[in-house]
Design a protein around this ligand. Structure first.
Ligand SMILES: [Cu+2]
Length: 133
C-alpha cells in the first residue's frame, strides 16, 4: 500500500519533466545560460550581467536565488517587437528556468533588462544580439 502513492508521485514528476525536455530540443540554436543569484550582501543580480546571443538561440535564466525574479526589458533596438517577452513571468523556485527564445522579435543590437522588484538594488543586465564571435 505504501508504494502506491510514491509511484503516483513518480508519474507526476515524469509528466512535468516531459514539456521541459521538449522545449530543450525545440530550438536548433545555441543555449546561453544566465543565473538569477543572491549576492553576499543580501542583494540580487543577474550573473553574468551581459549575455551574448544570436537569433535562433535560447537564453535560459536559471533561478538560484531566495527571492522571485523576472526579466523585464528596459531598452531595445527601435525595430524590436518584444511582445510577451517584454516582461517575463516571475521565476519563483530554486532551479526553475525561464527560456527566452531569440527569434524575429529580437533584431541585432543591444538590449537592457532588469528584474522589476530588484532593479533598485542593481539587478540589471544587458543582452547583445549579433553574430557569435
Ligand atoms: Cu529580482
Amino acid at each position: 500500500m505504501l508504494h502506491v502513492p510514491r509511484f503516483g508521485l513518480l508519474l507526476v514528476a515524469i509528466a512535468c519533466a516531459a514539456p521541459i525536455a521538449a522545449a530543450q530540443t525545440a530550438s536548433q540554436g545555441h543555449l546561453s545560460t544566465g543565473h538569477m543569484v543572491d549576492r553576499p550582501n543580501g542583494q540580487f543580480a543577474f550573473d553574468p550581467s551581459t549575455i551574448n546571443a544570436q537569433r535562433g538561440d535560447t537564453v535560459r535564466f536559471v533561478q538560484q536565488s531566495s527571492a522571485p525574479h523576472n526579466v523585464s526589458f528596459r531598452t531595445h533596438p527601435k525595430d524590436a517587437k518584444l511582445g510577451d517577452a517584454a516582461v517575463g513571468p516571475y521565476v519563483l523556485n530554486n532551479g526553475q528556468t525561464y527560456d527566452l527564445v531569440i527569434d524575429a522579435r529580437f533584431p541585432d543590437g543591444t538590449y537592457t533588462f532588469a528584474c522589476d522588484p530588484h532593479e533598485s538594488v542593481g539587478m540589471k543586465g544587458t543582452l547583445v544580439i549579433g553574430t557569435h564571435k
